[in-house]
Design a protein around this ligand. Sequence first.
Ligand code: ZN
Length: 289
Amino acid sequence: MKICLDTCVWLNFLQNEKTSPVLLILKKAIDTYNLLLIVPEQVYVEVDRHKDNILKSKKDAIRTYRSHASELKSLLSPESAVTLTDILKEVDNNSDKYDLSLDKTYNLLQQTIYHPQTIRLETTNHSKVKAADRGLKKVRPFHKGAKNSMADAVIIESLLAYQAKAPSISLYFVTVNSDDFSDAKNKLEAHPDFNEDFEKANIKYSILPGDVIEELANTPIPDDVKKSFKRFYFDLGGILQAWMDEVTECLKCGGELAFNGHLILKGCSGEIYVCKQCGTTHHLPDDMT
Ligand SMILES: [Zn+2]
């Protein structure tokens, strides 16, 4: 069986440490030739572009929590402050370990995505033209005017071209980006704009990376781990950078959001939405795939 993970799944492994055991299961299945990993060139480009941002945000987050907790101490009773001091000491003693475990996950990701058995799909001119065709026809993933969906489209067209030559073994395309790829009525199914192409090319679709890897690697994965794959956001000091295509309400308070233009933040251009209720700024990178 062949598997292709969308950029957002690879980034999940980095963003959410709960999912890293799944990365190890995936690598073992590739090591033992039970699974063939297919990686379109565009996925390498996107993962590489976002990884520093994610690793830095994760490492910064711990430092931010620590400094907030430290401020909190002055408001506590002396006994509680002593307890908090102990907790902070423990955090300080383990901060290197935390950074190391993130780096370890990143190394494991590199070893998997660049595995010697991995089939790497170059972005051909043919795939680019087919992707542009999708754009002109305004079919998925080009369904939102302002969003640049070229990277998504190139990934899909690279897979279709590859599978057209070797359709006898089916390929799983796994993403957590249901907004762009899933049928609106049933998120577990691919959008009708992909169905015919996927069927012809023997491509299966899933938005459940944990479930698919469990099945293909024939290794049980706990339910809570499988459920932890999702789109995510970072708090960049008061601005929430939401790595999702759509945010329908404030991620802090559920309030209504107002569109407030475009902004480049941490190297990602994206749309800005401000909560009318609590004022929280949301940044949605528009090239997230
Ligand atoms: Zn709000």
